[in-house]
Write a protein that binds this ligand. Structure first.
Ligand code: UD1
Length: 369
């Protein structure tokens, strides 16, 4: 009898890769050290929700991820079509592999689609980064979180607020395990490689003397008036502060559509999307970040780099309570930047369980089930 625990690990979009990589490394470490105990086998599924080299391939290489066993190659489409395409392609994989668990991470369309397929086939679902809530159902990610957590059999949470959210929704405490922030495992593991990547030197930047900007949420970039104000504020800021702005494909398309550009403003550097190591270095060394990303709110908090989050809410409140992150809006952006620049260059503290050991705790929980 093969006593191995079999997992199907799902990743689909850029923010998933740094959450699934530490789990794979922890599985390998467990198997190497288990001395005749129960081993873990896994298959890695890439749904293909993100498919460009700069949105996907570079992360596999930098994070030491193995080539996926399955690439479902679903690509971009409307939410309904993309979700449905993922489900159609993922079902035969589940039927063929018959895993003990389907493991999903984060809150993208791939997360909810694969959780639903597995649950309907009676396969146990584990959700890594369970319980986060922005309480904003206009965000597609919030709907994905609600669906995934309602279906999951094991809810692996990063923080106490996540446990509270799940309990409030009636999830049994017996299914909840607070394991910590798995993305910080990737960050801590890749710091030596990031340092060796010499990003600042290559980009001709001075430590603490530039601003790192990323924006891709529909609420910021799909609305012409909002994007126009953001572009105007960035060009104003760039007279004093060099701005590094790797532009997400969604944002690039919208800027072209709305006739917006930074062409006459050399202080803003619009770049292609960056790899993980360059992004870590910019986050670590920027004067501050302006972002609407979930991951960058956390990575900046780890480095204690001040962060302005251009959103009315965040599903990661711990980044605010420790003091490194604050919310801003298109209307208050200029004032909020002025206030931030008058404050210390490093803010906040490291939240609990951001210790680089989360994936090992996840593996232990799966084995204990
Ligand atoms: C998705 C996630 C979001 C996450 C973000 C990170 C959902 C609902 N949203 O949003 O939570 O923060 O990824 O990037 O799952 N495109 C490319 N190349 C790619 C991928 C996309 O050019 O590799 C373009 C396509 O034109 C596509 C658009 O970007 O239509 C948006 O991509 P999509 O995956 O639909 O959503 P994101 O905005 O990336």
């Amino acid at each position: 009898m093969n006593n191995s625990l079999k997992l199907l690990l799902v990743s689909g979009a850029r923010p998933n890769f740094m959450k699934i990589a530490p789990v794979i490394h922890a599985i390998r470490a467990h198997n190497a050290a288990c001395n005749g105990g129960r081993t873990i086998s896994f298959r890695l599924v890439h749904t293909g929700q993100h498919y460009d080299e700069k949105m996907s391939g570079v992360f596999f290489q930098e994070l030491g991820l193995p080539a996926p066993d399955y690439n479902l190659e679903v690509g971009s489409a409307s939410h309904a079509a993309q979700t449905a395409n993922i489900m159609l392609a993922f079902e035969p994989v589940c039927l063929h592999e018959k895993p003990d668990w389907v493991v999903v991470v984060g809150d993208v369309n791939s997360t909810a689609a694969c959780a639903l397929v597995a649950a309907k086939l009676g396969i146990a679902v584990a959700h890594i980064e369970a319980g986060l809530r922005s309480f904003d159902r206009a965000m597609p990610e919030e709907l994905n979180r609600l669906v995934t957590d309602a279906l999951a059999d094991l809810l692996l949470t990063p923080s106490a607020d996540a446990d509270d959210n799940l309990c409030r929704e009636g999830v049994s405490g017996a299914k909840i395990r607070r394991v910590g922030n798995v993305m910080i495992d990737s960050l801590m593991g890749q710091l030596p490689q990031a340092t060796a990547a010499n990003t600042l030197e290559r980009m001709g930047l001075e430590n603490g003397r530039f601003v790192y900007v990323t924006l891709h949420r529909p609420s910021n970039v799909d609305i012409r008036e909002n994007l126009a104000v953001i572009v105007r504020e960035l060009t104003t800021l760039s007279v004093q502060w060099p701005i590094i702005f790797p532009i997400h494909p969604r944002t690039r398309r919208r800027m072209a559509e709305f006739g917006l550009s930074f062409d006459a403003h050399p202080g803003v550097r619009p770049l292609e999307p960056l790899g993980y190591l360059d992004s870590l270095n910019l986050t670590r060394n920027a004067r501050f970040l302006l972002t609407d990303s979930g991951g960058l709110q956390e990575e900046s908090t780890y480095f204690r780099t001040p962060c302005l989050t251009l959103r009315p809410n965040t599903e990661r409140p711990v980044t605010i309570t420790v003091g490194s992150n604050r919310l801003t809006s298109v209307a208050t952006l200029r004032d909020d930047i002025t206030k931030l620049l008058a404050e210390p260059e490093r803010l906040g503290a490291t939240p609990p369980l951001w210790d680089g050991r989360t994936a090992a705790r996840i593996v232990a929980e799966l084995l204990a089930e």
